[in-house]
Design a protein around this ligand. Structure first.
Ligand SMILES: Cc1ncc(COP(=O)(O)O)c(C=O)c1O
Length: 408
């Protein structure tokens, strides 16, 4: 298998730097590697092509959204026909009501829904609803838990933030019930909410599932102290359980934040919640010029129906399990220990018992041969990934391990 060249991508990156700070910004910037692609030319199903015309099996799915694969015909058709009728208009579209109804029917904890564009819109709104409902200020979150880019969500000291942005944020360790209970007891009259993803998926570390009984205890403590329980399902949403990832772990939150995969790449996010918080959700000032665009809402309905019809969560789970065991077996043949953590449909990969640079080198060698992965972030399975893709991934993985054996 020949190794890809990325000349056009890197030439365009230099040109981009003249007119865009950093050339490419945000989380896409951190993914840029000297030997990797930077700009895509087209995408279809589980694949994209870079501007040097190299084809990739995409194990990132645009960091989650492409859950049914790129350019899914039913989803695109639903969006297109709504664009034909009108997208952002001076009135809301009935499709908004249809989408809210779809979510209320599909998601166990949902009795209402509100819509934004990015996951960060829904996590911000969730916290505002919790504050409005409780009259309390503080937010408890898990260390390294990512909820978006608003200053309060960022690590202290990041450029452009001020220390007071995070004044009301208290941090606990994942799965640490003792410290969680301690913080609640010490600050219960100040804490509005606990916000957490359904399992811990930080960057640059193995992902961790909830310990047995963790969520039941957290949920009971929140109830006891009058604290709103928010599940940030922006990343894992619809890849574990269509009814909400919390269902898989046997508990019911007050609010759930969705984003990423909800409309298969059309810009949309949602906050859903219980009737107890409906009044607070109505009182909070939450809006945006683009929040009412109807085409992404039509795309979301089509996405959710297709996910349900195709039993997508189970399929992605099975595929992720096969990918995990095949990669572990392949690594073992070459004498490497390979770890895939997190849920099967969103695996975080790590080559263990070697220096980090060896792990990154393996990822680079895979990318150069057409399997797009990241060394520091969980991956995403879609329903478009095929058995043929799996066979290619394993062939590429073998070539990459062969190179590692030579170089290290
Ligand atoms: C768990 C989680 N919450 C919130 C967000 C923020 O979503 P967005 O980038 O769409 O604002 C992300 C994005 O990666 C996320 O993974």
């Amino acid at each position: 298998m020949s190794v890809y060249k990325m000349k056009k991508s890197h030439n365009l990156l230099e040109k981009a730097k003249e007119v865009i700070p950093g050339g490419v910004f945000g989380h896409y910037k951190y993914a840029i590697r000297d030997t990797g692609p930077v700009f895509f030319s087209k995408a279809k199903g589980a694949h994209f092509w870079d501007i040097d015309d190299n084809k990739y099996i995409d194990l990132m799915c645009a960091y989650g959204p492409a859950i049914l694969g790129y350019n899914h015909p039913e989803v695109d058709e639903a969006a297109k026909s709504q664009y034909g009728l009108g997208n952002t208009v001076s009135l809301a579209s009935p499709v908004m009501v249809d989408l809210a109804t779809t979510l209320v029917e599909m998601v166990d904890a949902a009795e209402w829904a509100l819509f934004g564009k990015n996951g960060g819109d829904s996590t911000n709104l969730a916290v505002m609803v919790a504050r409005a409902a409780t009259g309390k200020e503080k937010i408890v979150k898990v260390r390294d838990g990512y909820h978006g880019a608003t200053p309060w969500m960022q690590e202290k000291g990041r450029p452009g933030t001020v220390s007071s942005d995070a004044n009301h944020v208290l941090t606990v360790e994942w799965n640490d019930l003792e410290s969680f209970e301690e913080i609640l007891v010490n600050h219960s009259d100040e804490i509005a909410c606990f916000i957490s993803s359904p399992y811990n998926h930080p960057v640059s570390r193995d992902n961790e599932l909830p310990a047995e009984g963790y969520w039941q205890k957290v949920s009971a403590l929140c109830k006891q102290h009058g604290i709103v329980l928010i599940v940030d399902d922006v990343r894992a949403g619809f890849r574990i359980n269509l009814a909400g990832s919390n269902v898989a772990y046997g508990f019911t939150p007050d609010l759930i934040c969705f984003g990423k995969a909800i409309a298969n790449g059309y810009p949309l996010s949602a906050l859903v919640g219980s009737n107890a918080l409906k009044e607070a959700a109505e009182e909070v000032y939450f809006t945006g010029t683009q929040f009412f665009s109807a085409a992404p809402m039509a795309a979301a309905i089509a996405t959710l129906l297709e996910l349900k019809k195709s039993d997508a969560a189970n399929k992605m789970n099975d595929y992720g399990k096969k990918l995990k065991s095949s990669l572990i077996e392949t690594a073992d043949e070459f004498g490497y220990k390979f770890i895939a953590s997190g849920v099967p449909a969103m695996p975080y990969f790590r080559l263990a018992e070697v220096e980090t640079k060896v792990h990154f080198s393996w990822i680079d060698e895979c990318v150069k041969r057409g399997v797009y992965m990241l060394g520091y972030h969980n991956h995403f399975i879609s329903t478009a990934h095929s058995e043929e893709d799996l066979a290619t991934i394993i062939q590429v993985a073998k070539e990459a391990f062969t190179i590692l054996k030579k170089n290290y």
